[in-house]
Design a protein around this ligand. Structure first.
Ligand SMILES: Nc1ncnc2c1ncn2[C@@H]1O[C@H](COP(=O)(O)OP(=O)(O)OP(=O)(O)O)[C@@H](O)[C@H]1O
Ligand SMILES: [Mg+2]
Length: 262
């Protein structure tokens, strides 16, 4: 086999266990690759063979009905203790995330913004951001985070847990950007927020998108997520039932009705 032939072989992580992803769908190298993930909460088998690749800078909307396994998939990727990953591989920028604990995954650049935001009680906005920068590798400076979210700058001395829901979401995103992240995982960033605040956060996510940060966004507000994302993956009962461009989901009412009930 000549070298040229070798280069044409699809070596994406989803096909070749034990090998770092070399080439993803569409010819560009896969930056992130999940291969055949199976994860459990105790005896409950929840993530049932999930595989997908993401190219650098791509934004993927991870969609599906309540209980489809979206949060569980994100937690599996971030290497949370629960659900426990029992089989499969996760690669980010050629590093084997499946071999890591959650703090190691965070250190190599997986930034999960959890659904419940987890603002630290008793700390001001600025202290919450400073805490995120306590250990290297550092990401954005605090001033840059205030440029993205001016409301946070205005409230820098206010206790984080006394902020409105939308401001707490901004702080949760800002805190993640304060670390040097390679993959941003957003779990329901618009949940429980007034439409005007959703619009404000949408604008900042568009800015983050322009910067080319590779992102997975989980959202009940599927239409908003589809407008932001390049690609959509739909989960149903712990399986992927669709992986394609976002516009295809926007155009396909049957698909939306069947798996997203919208
Ligand atoms: N800590 C847990 N222990 C046991 N089962 C759990 C746990 N958390 C979630 N599950 C179950 O795993 C399945 C997938 O849940 P998950 O939270 O991943 O769904 P989701 O797609 O994020 O749903 P939602 O849209 O409601 O956030 C559900 O059946 C849920 O009941
Ligand atoms: Mg969820």
């Amino acid at each position: 086999m000549s070298d040229d032939t070798l280069l044409d072989v699809d070596l994406s992580g989803s096909k070749v266990p034990g090998v770092a992803p070399v080439r993803g769908k569409g010819g560009a190298p896969a930056f992130f690759s999940a291969w055949d993930l199976h994860a459990y909460y105790g005896e409950s088998y929840i993530v049932q063979g999930v595989s997908f690749d993401i190219r650098e800078g791509e934004i993927v909307a991870l969609l599906g009905r309540n209980g489809a396994g979206k949060t569980s998939t994100m937690r599996t990727i971030a290497r949370a203790d629960n659900p426990a990953l029992m089989h499969g591989e996760i690669w980010l920028d050629h590093k084997p995330v499946h071999e890591m604990k959650s703090h190691e995954a965070a250190q190599i650049g997986i930034g999960l913004v959890p659904e419940d935001r987890r603002i630290i009680q008793g700390l001001t906005v600025e202290e919450n951001l400073k805490l995120a920068r306590i250990a290297p590798p550092h990401g954005w400076s605090i001033e840059r985070i205030y440029d993205l979210f001016p409301r946070l700058g205005e409230r820098r001395t206010q206790e984080g847990t006394t902020l409105s829901g939308g401001e707490q979401q901004m702080l949760a995103i800002g805190r993640t950007l304060a670390r040097d992240i390679k993959l941003l995982l957003l779990d329901e960033p618009y949940e429980g927020l007034a439409p005007v605040i959703v619009q404000e956060i949408e604008r900042t996510l568009e800015e983050i998108k322009e910067l080319g940060i590779t992102t997975i966004i989980v959202e009940q507000n599927a239409i908003a997520a589809l407008h932001l994302a390049d690609r959509a993956i739909i989960l149903d009962m712990g399986h992927i039932v669709f992986d394609g461009v976002s516009q295809e989901v926007l155009d396909n009412a049957d698909l939306r009705q069947q798996y997203l009930a919208i």
